[in-house]
Design a protein around this ligand. Structure first.
Ligand code: UDP
Length: 363
């Protein structure tokens, strides 16, 4: 039996691999999971294992997270040991986080084949740590599983062999499809006393928005401007929360009367919040894709996206963090003239199956 080792480390990684075990079994592979411990607390990690029925990791790491370097180096050292004992035939790495690059690098040095899931995405913004992780990973991986047309174009432009490129769609959407009935059962709207279509969902965690006081102030002002029109639900990322405290803005945050501030939400509650929202304001990568699948208007407060199909085909719009422009765009959503999105090709819930079908031919 051929052996596949999948490496995960963060919340979005977990959400992208929920169907891997099932499909590995269906295609006759032995499949083991490594967790690098990049995200580790209950709200960012454990709850996803519980809700998404993920098998517990076969190998878990506890590396020094004092700095990005100690973390990446620690993951590399630990993963080398795992590879030496388990001897996988191929390593699967997912997305664009530090764990993705660290694992691809180890595979490369140990001459183990590596496949990158969600390959070829580019924001062309090297200020984003994720962009560097994507480029470095794609540079040394052997097989490339691609979620959208732009990924294919970038990899071809970068000189990859056509035979190593596989347009399979988006495994994050597989999870949405697989758990749709569970998502519908979430009682989060009732718990937060929200009415469908009468609230805005907001998530913010990119350093460019939340590591500066000005960015946090803009978020507060925007929420205040929406008072009278919408309730606002803000499942706050730990990084963002810490920065509100650091910049002395916590009191102002807590004083907003139309704001429902909650911690990072579990998968099912969060997806229910997306599904029933009038619109979503975000700087997340994954949320741009999930809103596109749901055809929920999404305003992404970034100047670029590595997921252009969500803008070209889907319900997403990129925006400067300019409150007047955002409020004007929100008016188009309220009066029904905002664009109607479509679902990109192959975002149909069967991407993991396509990946393992390919693996059954190449591993
Ligand atoms: N997510 C979640 N709870 C939250 C916020 C996000 O379950 O409170 C999910 C979201 O639906 C998406 C993933 O986490 O599937 C995206 O993660 P994040 O925004 O942290 O990372 P990015 O996609 O920007 O790399």
């Amino acid at each position: 039996m051929k052996k596949i080792l999948t490496v995960v480390g963060t919340r979005p990684n977990l959400i992208k691999i929920t169907q891997f075990h099932k499909q590995a079994k269906a295609f006759g592979f032995e499949h083991k999971l490594v967790h690098t411990g990049q995200h580790f607390d209950h709200n960012m990690n454990d709850i996803f294992f519980q809700e998404l029925n993920l098998p517990l990791p076969d190998f878990s790491m506890d590396v020094d997270k004092t700095s990005t370097i100690t973390q990446i180096a620690g993951i590399m050292i630990e993963l080398e040991k795992v590879c030496q004992s388990y001897k996988p035939d191929i390593i699967l790495v997912v997305g664009d986080v530090n764990s993705t690059f660290a694992a691809a690098f180890v595979a490369n040095k140990l001459a183990i084949k590596c496949a990158h899931i969600e390959s070829g995405l580019r924001s062309f913004d090297k200020e984003m740590p994720e962009e560097n992780n994507r480029i470095l990973t794609d540079d040394i991986a052997n097989y490339f599983f691609i979620t959208e047309k732009s990924g294919l174009e970038h990899l071809l432009k970068e000189g990859k062999e056509k035979e190593s490129l596989f347009m399979v769609g988006n495994t994050m959407i597989d999870t949405l499809v697989a758990f749709d009935a569970e998502i519908d059962k979430s009682s989060i709207l009732k718990t937060l006393k929200l009415e469908s279509q009468k609230y805005v969902l907001i998530t913010m965690h990119r350093p460019s928005n939340v590591d500066i006081k000005e960015g946090l102030d803009k978020i507060l002002n925007l929420i205040a401007e929406l008072d009278g029109k919408f309730d606002v639900v803000f499942p706050i990322h730990p990084r963002t929360k810490n920065n509100f405290v650091k910049f002395g803005l916590e009191e102002k945050l807590n004083s907003l009367t139309n704001l429902k501030l909650i911690g990072p939400a579990g998968y099912l509650d969060f997806q229910k919040l997306i599904k029933e929202a009038k619109l979503v304001l975000t700087d997340s990568g994954g949320v741009q894709e999930e809103t596109t699948f749901r055809k929920v208007p999404c305003l992404t407060l970034r100047l670029n996206t590595e997921r252009p199909s969500t803008v070209e085909v889907g319900s997403n719009t990129l925006m400067h963090f300019d409150n007047e422009a955002i409020l004007n765009q929100i008016d188009t959503i309220i009066n029904g003239t905002y664009k109607k999105g479509q679902i990109p090709e192959l975002w149909d819930g069967k991407s993991t199956e396509r990946i393992f079908e390919v693996l059954s031919k190449i591993v």
